[in-house]
Write a protein that binds this ligand. Structure first.
Ligand code: F6R
Length: 591
């Protein structure tokens, strides 16, 4: 997704902007650009299709600048569509979508304006230039009043060197301060390498950087009192010495689980005791990988807590006019805490009077500031677009939440509660199967499709394994309930078709095995993942992967690890970069 940066420094800040833009690369993008404003009131722009590294070269002059990584929405990736966009004295970068841009563009065309790009963003800079009567701030406010949709902006005006105006409406924006420079940025992880103190903006807030200060204000220019916090050490940008971020992040799973577990404390849940004890109906919403975690939470919480739990893709929840209301709990799960659909679902729940509990990796995220209560997982920064360690940590936090809910209701913890402390070492044991996963990836690398089967909680693991291989190895995969195989998809099985089955639930092991046998009988090459010794020994599977033994209800946290690694190996063997899958973005800040 698009990322924006702004920087004001005493010296030339081109390199600072370039390096902060590199920190935003993980979000996914297709072009990048920088506009610099010098003290002699000259604006210079460099923008290019492709990588941030294309902007390297002799720094453009200036102590004030803005930068952008673009993920195409309106108009294909090209130099012309790349940001910053310029009109008269103004340069602008934008993250978000202006929903009424066609009407606004039509109006501007009628007034004789000419457009150099196909983007919705160019409309904004033209509106600002037209509204300008010598007051930079007033022009930005006036233009924003015309916009519908979501946006975070950073704007320069050549009359005001040393000043950047930022505004946030629906898309994330954070201010950052360091001794040698002041910043605006789309996200905390990218800013952490540069800034020492940060402060996120809320919707409707403007940020003015000028005269060596950062000031938050409303549209009338009234100052808003905000508190800056020190950059959390775990958010600082990480770098990968060798291999890929995805491999590094899979390797970090044991530490991430251990850090997350240590950070969870029963007493922290006291502020939400009322709702944990008395919620009438629990809703869980999320997108993508986080949705699989939310669904596993639904399975676990409903069976342990004996209270109805409904899980929805956040994008669906928003538009189904849900019955949610007072005395209901909405659990919103999001690694980034910035996913537009998840945020909107949480806002809707709040509007209807429900209690919103967030599970996120970013304590300063929009979701965390919107929620009534937040569980911050300690996965550490996740750079690869495909989520890995954050999924394991989301599951841990959600299991912990389910356990607290049970305790508040019946003063009893689930019997798996005492085994959380073993998860980290068990995750390390799982790594022993990585050579086997590499060998399987070599065998299956030319597969045109795959099935991932499971029953009970294993359905979630199967779905997540399939998502991983689709998004980074570009192999079509279906992950679903094994019992459904003979209701249609069995028709797709042909000689050599890979079928993976995850079977960690002893009561359902024989049923999963039956599905695998049915697939094998039709020529499938089958792989079984289980911690259950008898399930493994009795299985007809062509390949068997033994998982460490831990309480079977906790197995989803571990059983997904070989599937994450398998997808990564498939991707590399097929010649792709797992950190930057095509068309995808790390932080999906538009609907
Ligand atoms: C898949 C993946 C995505 C995200 C989804 C939600 O590997 O990373 O499916 O899980 O975009 O993102 P967050 O968790 O940031 O809300």
């Amino acid at each position: 997704m698009c990322g924006i940066v702004g920087c004001v420094s005493k010296e030339n800040c081109y390199e600072k902007i370039l390096s902060t833009l590199s920190g935003l690369e993980y979000r996914g993008y297709d072009s990048a650009g920088i506009a610099m404003l010098s003290s002699s009131k000259t604006l210079n722009v460099r923008k290019k299709k492709g990588y941030v590294s294309n902007l390297k070269g002799k720094p453009l002059p200036g102590e004030t600048g803005i930068g952008h990584t673009r993920w195409a929405t309106h108009g294909k990736p090209s130099d012309a569509n790349a940001h910053p966009h310029v009109s008269g004295k103004f340069a602008l970068v934008h993250n978000g979508i202006v929903e009424n841009f066609r009407a606004l563009k039509g109006e501007l065309l009628e007034q004789g304006e000419e457009f150099l790009s196909e983007t919705d963003s160019e409309v904004i800079v033209k509106l600002i230039a037209k509204a300008y009567r010598g007051d930079f701030f007033e022009a930005v406010v006036k233009a924003c009043e015309r916009l519908e949709g979501s946006y975070a902006l950073a704007v320069l005006c050549s009359d005001d060197p040393g000043e950047i105006i930022g505004v946030r409406q629906g898309s994330p924006l954070v201010a950052g301060a360091a001794p040698d420079a002041l910043y605006l940025c789309s996200d905390v992880p990218a800013l952490c390498g540069a800034a020492e103190f940060i402060c996120p903006a809320s919707d409707g807030e403007f940020i003015r950087i000028r005269d060596g200060n950062i000031c938050f204000c409303d549209g009338n220019g009234r100052e808003i009192c905000k508190e800056f916090s020190r950059v959390p050490p775990e958010s600082r940008s990480s770098s990968v010495m060798s291999g890929t971020f995805m491999e590094k992040e899979i390797a970090e799973i044991p530490r991430a689980l251990s850090d997350t577990f240590k950070s969870l404390s029963a007493t922290d849940f006291a502020p939400c005791a009322r709702i944990l004890r008395g919620a009438r109906h629990v809703y869980a919403v999320a997108c993508g990988t986080a949705l699989h975690a939310a669904q596993a939470f639904g399975d676990i919480a409903e069976s342990e807590v004996r209270c109805p739990v409904s899980c929805f893709a956040a994008s669906e929840f928003r538009y189904r006019d849900p019955l949610i209301g007072r005395d209901d709990l909405l659990v919103a799960v999001s690694q980034s805490g910035e996913t537009a659909d998840t945020l909107q679902a949480a806002r809707l729940a709040k509007e209807r009077g429900a209690y919103v509990l967030a599970v996120t990796n970013i304590a300063q995220s929009s979701l965390a500031s919107l929620a009534d209560f937040t569980i911050v997982m300690r996965a550490g920064s996740e750079i690869a677009v495909a989520a890995t360690k954050s999924y394991n940590c989301q599951l841990l936090c959600l299991y912990y939440l389910a356990a607290q809910m049970k305790y508040y209701r019946v003063q009893e913890f689930p019997d798996w509660f005492s085994q959380f402390s073993s998860l980290s070492s068990a995750a390390e044991e799982v790594f022993a199967c990585f050579p086997q996963m590499s060998a399987l990836a070599a065998k299956f690398k030319d597969a045109r499709g795959m099935f991932y089967l499971g029953r009970g909680l294993d359905v979630r693991t199967a779905a997540e394994g399939a998502l991983k291989v689709k998004e980074i190895a570009y192999v079509f995969a279906e992950g679903y309930a094994a019992g459904e195989l003979k209701h249609g998809t069995l028709a797709l099985i042909e000689e050599g078709f890979p079928v993976f089955a995850v079977s960690t639930c002893s009561a359902l092991a024989s049923k999963t095995e039956n599905a695998l046998a049915e697939a094998k009988a039709r020529g499938a090459r089958t792989v079984l993942f289980s911690q259950n010794v008898s399930a493994l020994s009795e299985s007809c599977a062509d390949f068997k992967c033994a998982l460490p033994v831990i309480h079977e209800k906790l197995m989803p946290i571990l059983a997904v690890i070989p599937l994450q690694y398998f997808a990564c190996r498939m991707c590399l063997l097929r010649g792709f970069d797992p950190d930057k899958p095509r068309n995808l973005a790390k932080s999906v800040t538009v609907e």
